[in-house]
Design a protein around this ligand. Structure first.
Ligand code: VGL
Ligand code: ZN
Length: 243
């Protein structure tokens, strides 16, 4: 084979490769378009004033999840909402521990605990759902973190690892098999909720662009890695068939 011929063949196969690649990409996207069914539930985690700009524990660009979640909700027959709902002086607050500052950690009887600024105190405006959240079809609001000495990032299980919130039993009683987790924050309440949902036997998706992260010392990358290892699927809102 002459060099010219070889080069021509190479070019031809490169072109084919490109075309084939694009085709595959399209096929992959089409294949992942998900139509939520009667056994699917959207879980909207902690889209509260405390976690957006102006709140007590603001997540950068946290408010950007609101329109994405509002749009997604139209595709789901089952929608569940969570609220972080702490007692005043809650054990997860740095202010409850002498000499501790927010974002430091401490040891509590159930393990290591990140200490946060006072946030999402029961009944305050700070703990209310974001005013632009439009979830008229939502069926359940589950509150968590209301035991004074136990935190609960997860909507399923408190941080002591043994106190269930009741969400798992509720979803099972309603014959839900697949959950789609959205909201705040990706690396804390969303991640723990998603991983506990796996533990409870659900098929679990996190819709990445419907979440925003705190990202404390690399916590976001760590959370995605942990979620992947537990079989949580990472998707985008465009992967859900809406409209
Ligand atoms: C959350 C920290 C403390 C969350 C709640 O919703 O991700 N993070 N409390
Ligand atoms: Zn909290």
């Amino acid at each position: 084979m002459t060099t010219t011929v070889r080069r021509r063949r190479l070019l031809a196969s490169a072109a084919l490769g490109l075309a084939g690649g694009a085709g595959l990409l399209q096929a992959a996207r089409a294949a992942t378009t998900i139509k939520p069914d009667a056994r699917s539930a959207l879980i909207v985690v902690d889209v509260q004033n405390c976690f957006v700009s102006g709140g007590t524990l603001p997540v950068t660009k946290g408010e950007e999840v609101v329109p994405v979640i509002n749009r997604l909700a139209g595709a789901f027959r089952n929608v569940v909402v969570t609220q972080d709902w702490h007692t005043p002086g809650h054990a997860s607050f740095a202010s409850a521990h002498a000499g501790k500052k927010p974002f430091e950690t401490t040891k509590l009887p159930y393990g290591n605990q990140v200490l946060w600024p006072d946030h999402c105190v029961q009944g305050t405006d700070d703990a209310a759902l974001h005013k632009d959240l439009r979830l008229p079809t939502a069926q359940l609001i589950i509150r968590k973190g209301y035991h004074p000495s136990v935190d609960s990032y997860s909507a399923f299980m408190e941080a002591d690892g043994k106190t269930a919130t009741g969400l798992g039993a509720y979803l099972k009683a309603r014959n839900i098999k697949r959950v789609f987790v959205t909201g705040l924050a990706t690396d804390f309440c969303v991640a723990w909720t998603a991983m506990d949902a796996r533990k409870a036997g659900f098929e679990v998706y996190v819709i990445e662009d419907a979440t925003r992260a705190i990202d404390l010392n690399g916590s976001l990358a760590a959370a995605w890695k942990q979620m992947a290892s537990k079989g949580v699927k990472r998707i985008q809102s465009a992967d859900i068939a809406t409209a």
